[in-house]
Design a protein around this ligand. Structure first.
Ligand code: DAH
Length: 339
């Protein structure tokens, strides 16, 4: 299974970096008659029925994802070719209503969210969302954050005047909304925008993005959490970085941990960015607190789960070596055109 997923991440990376000539050969290499995935599917008869089912399901899923990524890339290439052709022929396009001469692109934060979702999809997660305007129950209480907890302080939370609503301070309420609607097994990621009442500086912003992850089932363990996050980090950064889990505290998980990755800037040697520690903090995670499971009427004796929350801006800054979070919101085209 690991092999199939590695093949998939490798293929997605190749598709992203391809042009029209290379794309055709990538399609052939992975999805053609003698392509890598076709070969995997053909080799299923060597496995037990149980494994055949698992591998077949995974390989077919990845085949569909790759086919759709290739289609997307083909559309982009076609659009670029058309734009180039029109520029070359110097056609008078003034009558064509709002034809996009210069190619637009996704905002780097959107790109990171899309890349992260794809990486989690390859690990079997589905996708959900939740509202940005939340109630106290979803944002705090159902997550085992009691009435007098400092996180609920007016200093951190934007409350909406004259209502009992607030702007969600994290994507964790997405966990509650998914569990309310579905019974286990659950394996889902919830991306979204979140808000904190704090002053902006190079590493803080009052609006930012997170991706929440949640798996709940009968035998979900901390080991499962470690495996998933390690695979995600290796796939996302496309290399084998060192990773460490540090004990931490979150109200909604017990035990809780924070995950650090080896500093990408100095490869763990120590530099200004990692404050000479060689490590960079990446996310919070842990085993879902039984009180959280009880708040959605799950039997906490039967089910266990893990959850994690990843800051999208932080990861994007690491990936592209950006040192000021405010650049993401200024919409300066000189910055945006680099992505
Ligand atoms: N909600 C936390 C925050 O915004 C992040 C987080 C930590 C989410 C641990 C989780 C978790 O799901 O298990 O700081």
């Amino acid at each position: 299974m690991d092999n199939i997923r590695r093949v998939a991440s490798e293929a997605i990376q190749k598709i992203k970096n391809s042009d029209d000539k290379v794309l055709e050969s990538i399609k052939f290499e992975y999805l053609g008659k003698n392509g890598i995935l076709t070969k995997i599917l053909k080799s299923l008869s060597h496995y037990s029925i149980e494994d055949r089912k698992k591998i077949g399901f995974e390989a077919n899923k990845i085949k569909t994802i790759l086919a759709s990524e290739i289609k997307k890339k083909e559309r982009c290439i076609k659009r670029d070719l058309l734009a180039k052709k029109i520029r070359r022929e110097k056609l008078n396009c003034s009558s064509i209503f709002c034809f996009p001469f210069s190619k637009g692109s996704f905002h780097p934060i959107v790109q990171t969210i899309q890349d992260m979702i794809l990486a989690f999809k390859l690990l079997g997660f589905s996708l959900a969302d939740g509202p940005e305007i939340e109630t106290d129950w979803y944002n705090f209480e159902a997550l085992n954050i009691p009435e007098n907890h400092p996180a609920k302080d007016m200093q951190d939370t934007f409350y909406l005047d004259g209502t009992k609503s607030l702007l969600r301070t994290h994507t964790s309420p997405g966990q509650i909304r998914v569990m309310e609607k579905q019974k286990p097994p659950i394996k889902v990621v919830v991306p979204g925008r979140v808000y904190r009442n704090e002053t902006s500086d190079a590493s803080h912003s009052s609006t930012f993005h997170q991706i929440e992850g949640l798996e709940v089932d009968k035998n979900v363990t901390f080991l499962g959490l470690k495996m998933i996050l390690t695979k995600f980090i290796h796939n996302f950064f496309c290399c084998k970085l060192d990773i460490r889990f540090r004990p931490s505290h979150f109200q909604f998980t017990e035990p809780s941990a924070e995950v650090d990755i080896q500093c990408l800037f100095c490869k763990g040697k120590g530099c200004k960015i990692c404050k000479n520690s060689g490590w960079i903090e990446m996310l919070g995670c842990g085993m879902v607190h039984p009180n959280v499971l009880r708040s959605v009427n799950y039997d906490s004796e039967v089910y266990t789960g893990y959850a994690f929350g990843i800051g999208v801006e932080r990861i994007t800054m690491l990936k592209y070596k950006i040192d000021d979070i405010r650049l993401f919101y200024e919409n300066d085209l000189r910055f945006l055109r680099q992505f």
